[in-house]
Design a protein around this ligand. Structure first.
Ligand code: BGC
Length: 730
């Protein structure tokens, strides 16, 4: 059957079903509730957390279309896979007993693997996946995540985050693929393709959700859920393209920005949710609100005069499903609004059709049990190997003076610092629990950095540190121990967090960590500085004094092993920074800044620039050439460049192609990443790489807010070489 025929069948099914539905059933489809609404008390620890009477009330009396989350807010935590299968089966079976047998779609935040299924494979977080510059790995993590989600009996993943990360204070920076539009689009699209395949009705595939549309990631003050001020041109240039790429990659659902842009809350923004998302991007799926965000138009934003008006504003702006999530208020209010005609039936039918379409596309109507067996689909050897590979490629070697790394396996090492012996600091939020901070729930068989170092070496390894992140480290003891060892591995950074709980006032590193570092530097032993955490905390002073700096960000459950592999040279590092690493706390100039940001007194002078990352070998690019030096408007141009491993070890290198528009009617970034490829080369090996730059790559958002290509000169940059071409108009 062709894709078109399959679509027609689904459209037919949607129409037929919609025609049979009562208003109550329709409004119910638009309602999503949290697990706690159907849970017994303390459901997270109960053998069978579902309260049958509550579930019947949700499904029979309120016809809910969707349930989310793990048992049970606010103390929710990951559950054993068999329990998940049982819980989702109970819901599935009850939904099958309703008049029209419409399945419930169960949504979960599986943001770096099946977060809420115990012992699942938990990958590097998005910021670290971005550091791999490896779309194939992103694709594979998508495949594995979908498989583990489906083996858990779950249906729908609230991932990937397609917001771009250009505000380093924001406590969800690490949930993004970094500051660059092209990198985010490429990594996110690959993840979606892996997760959904060509047809997400297949047993091992599942629908994704682009979030959080749009502008959430750019709060002016850096705090979560606070206002962004993004002009239309910047929105179109920087913030919309990754979402457009996600839509193009086939994501059928979109979650909405919890905050506001330019004075309009995400959930009230008709222009974004309807005119642009549907009209311009051609999105055909459904939108889901973020947590409690419809009623917040009343309680928080004071935009609506009542909860009822909040529902009307949101639904009319284009919100199709409400993550209510704690009660049935949305259901009651929307029912009433529909009865009085304040929300027209046509709008309800539209939203419900979109939801039903995704349910059909996901194969939910045909499913009578969990889609996949656990055996062969959950924590397979292959999945663990992919995770290990991803973690290895995610780690960024930022500095390596006098080649202190790799360390000898016989070296005597002092390991110290608050991130040295915890798994949570390498995983971040959305790991086992929402905040990811319950170290005691982490799998015992995974290695912290300390344990991984101990396993690898035959030299003396001493640890001075606490059991928890906040335990004060005895500086005197650490300094004395440092004196007795060849080298100090100093592991600093952040504890796990997400959302508002992760808000900070400054990017500066915690003063206690600085104190520890300063005391250690004082005695003059070589120091390898390692950082873990979701944001680039300011390390300028200590990075300067350290012999080596390795930036771990959030490499996931295999992070400790991968870090040790790199420290001792079993793996050659290949990660590159997906953000510019600031030198000082207000130094937040992205690499693709405007000329003005690097003019006269201004400069782009981060501690480490975007795409920085060292290797134990060296690479050189040469022979940059273009297929022609002149093209016409609307044509593409090919770029060829050679990359060679000029060092003594096999290694991987991501080759990056940047473009600059020499003169334009609106100011252009000094350069923008347009293409990249990662290759593995043996010593002396050389490879020729081809890229194509399309009109889209050459375009800008012109004076009248339309995307256009302007005739003129362009510069292509790869490594140290540049090549020019002209776009002419005939
Ligand atoms: C977050 C979303 C998440 C949702 C459901 C919200 O608080 O902003 O990213 O998908 O909760 O857990």
């Amino acid at each position: 059957m062709s894709a078109q025929e399959a679509n027609e069948i689904i459209e037919d099914q949607v129409r037929t079903l919609l025609a049979q539905m009562t208003l109550e059933e329709k409004v119910g489809q638009m309602t999503q509730i949290d697990f706690s609404v159907i849970s017994v008390e303390n459901g997270q620890d109960a053998e069978n957390p579902i309260d049958p009477a509550k579930l019947e009330n949700a499904i029979f009396n309120h016809h809910v279309g969707s349930i989310l989350n793990t048992p049970t807010t606010p103390n929710n935590k990951a559950q054993p896979i068999q329990k998940w299968r049982h819980m989702t089966q109970t819901i599935r079976e009850l939904a099958a007993k309703t008049r029209l047998k419409i399945p419930v779609i169960y949504g979960i935040d599986a943001i770096h693997g099946a977060t809420y299924t115990q012992n699942s494979v938990l990958f590097p977080q998005a910021i670290s996946m971005a550091a791999t510059f490896n779309t194939e790995l992103s694709f594979k993590t998508g495949e594995i995540t979908a498989r583990e989600v489906k083996a858990s009996g779950l249906d729908w993943n609230f991932s990937p985050v397609m917001d771009i990360g250009r505000q380093p204070l924001w406590p969800r920076l690490w949930e993004t693929y970094g500051e660059d539009v092209h990198l985010s689009s490429a990594l996110g699209s690959a993840f979606i393709q892996g997760h959904q395949g060509d047809d997400f009705a297949q047993a091992d595939k599942a629908p994704t959700c682009l979030k959080h549309y749009v502008g959430y990631s750019y709060p002016l003050n850096g705090k979560d859920r606070s206002p962004a001020w993004i002009g239309e041109r910047a929105l179109r240039e920087y913030f919309l393209p990754s979402f457009a790429a996600g839509v193009k990659a086939g994501a059928p659902t979109v979650m909405i920005n919890s905050a506001e842009v330019d004075g309009i809350p995400g959930h009230a923004n008709y222009q974004y949710l309807t005119t642009i998302l549907r009209g311009e991007m051609g999105f055909k799926g459904f939108t889901v609100s973020d947590w409690e965000d419809i009623i917040r138009l009343y309680t928080r934003d004071k935009m609506a005069a009542s909860p009822r008006q909040a529902v009307k504003i949101a639904v009319m702006a284009g919100v199709d499903m409400s993550m209510v999530p704690f009660d049935f208020s949305f259901y009651d209010l929307l029912l009433d609004l529909a009865k009085t005609g304040e929300v027209p039936m046509s709008r309800i039918d539209e939203a419900v059709s979109r939801i039903l379409r995704v349910k059909y596309q996901s194969g939910l109507f045909d499913r009578t049990e969990p889609a996949l067996a656990v055996e062969g689909n959950f924590v397979t050897d292959e999945a663990v190997a992919v995770n290990r590979q991803a973690a290895r490629e995610a780690i960024v070697l930022a500095k390596n003076d006098r080649q202190i790394l790799p360390l000898s396996k016989q070296a005597s090492i002092l390991v110290t610092g608050p991130t040295a012996n915890l798994l949570s600091v390498m995983n971040g939020g959305w790991t086992i629990t929402w905040q990811g901070s319950k170290e005691e729930l982490y799998p015992q068989d995974k290695l912290t950095l300390l344990k991984a170092i101990q396993q690898k070496t035959s030299g003396k390894v001493t640890y001075v540190g606490g059991k928890n992140f906040s335990d004060e480290i005895n500086i005197e003891q650490a300094v004395n121990a440092a004196r007795q060892h060849d080298v100090v591995v100093l592991a600093l950074g952040e504890k796990p967090y997400t959302e508002t709980e992760g808000n900070i006032e400054s990017l500066n590193l915690d003063p206690l960590q600085l104190q520890l570092a300063r005391a250690i530097f004082e005695i003059g032993k070589p120091v390898v500085l390692i950082t873990f955490g979701g944001r680039p905390r300011i390390i300028t002073e200590i990075a300067d004094k350290a012999q080596a700096v390795v930036l771990g960000f959030l490499p996931g459950m295999e992070g400790g092993s991968a870090m040790a592999d790199i420290l001792f040279g079993d793996v050659n590092p290949s990660g590159k920074l997906p953000i510019s690493y600031p030198r000082q706390t207000n130094d937040v100039v992205p690499y693709d800044h405007k000329p003005l940001e690097a003019y006269e007194g201004n400069q782009y002078r981060p501690l480490y620039p975007f795409a920085h990352g060292l290797s134990y070998t060296s690479f050189a690019t040469n022979g940059l050439r273009l297929s022609t030096d002149q093209i016409e408007l609307g044509e593409s141009i090919d770029v060829t460049v050679n990359v060679k491993n000029t060092g003594a070890r096999t290694g991987k290198e991501a080759v990056l192609v940047y473009l600059h528009d020499a003169a334009a009617s609106v100011t252009r970034p000094v350069k923008q990443l347009k293409a990249f490829k990662k290759v593995e080369l043996a010593p002396g090996q050389e490879q020729s790489l081809q890229f194509t730059l399309t009109p889209q790559d050459m375009s800008l958002i012109g004076i009248d807010m339309q995307r256009v290509v302007e005739a003129g000169e362009f510069k292509v940059m790869v490594g140290h070489e540049t090549a020019e071409f002209k776009v002419v108009k005939h």
